[in-house]
Design a protein around this ligand. Sequence first.
Ligand SMILES: [Zn+2]
Length: 172
Amino acid sequence: MRTLALVAVASLLLPGCRLWGRAEDRLDPPKEIRLGSDFAPLVRVREEKNLPGLRRGMVATVGTEVLTLDMRALLAAYPEGSTPWRALMHHEQEHARGQAAQPLFFYWYATQPHGFRWAEEKRGWRVELRYLREHGWRPDFDSWAKSLANDYGGMATYLEAMDWLRQEWSAP
Ligand SMILES: [Zn+2]
C-alpha cells in the first residue's frame, strides 16, 4: 500500500497546462487503466469500492492489479503517464513481484509490521524514490516519513522513516 502523499507536491510541480489538460479526464475518469509491459506482472489499475481495508487516499496491489477506491482522486494526484504515476507503478510492481514470489505474502505482511511489512515497503519506496530522483523530482521527505510512520500500522517511527529516506536519497 502507498498513500497519495504526493498530492500537494504534484499539484505544485506540474505545469498549469498539464493540469488543465487533465481536467476533462477527471470529469469522467475511467474505471480501469491498462498498464504497459514495463510494469509486468501488473496488468491494470482498477477502481474497487468493496475491498475491506482499502482506505481513501491509498492504493493496494493484489496480484496483477493496483486497486484504488477513487480513480478520480488518484489521477488528480498522479496524472496517468506522468513521472509520479510511473514511479508509483514501479513501487506497486515490486509488491506484485513480492506476492508472486511468496505464497504467504499477505499473512506475513499482516502479521509482521516491523519485519516483513517494513522490508517490503522499503523495496517499493526505494524503487519509487530512485525513479523520481532519476527524473529530477525531489519528494517532500517530511510528508513521506509521516506517511510511512502513520499509514502502515506502525511499521516504522517517523525518525526511522526519515533516516531511511535520507540514506536512500544519497545512496548511489
Ligand atoms: Zn507499498
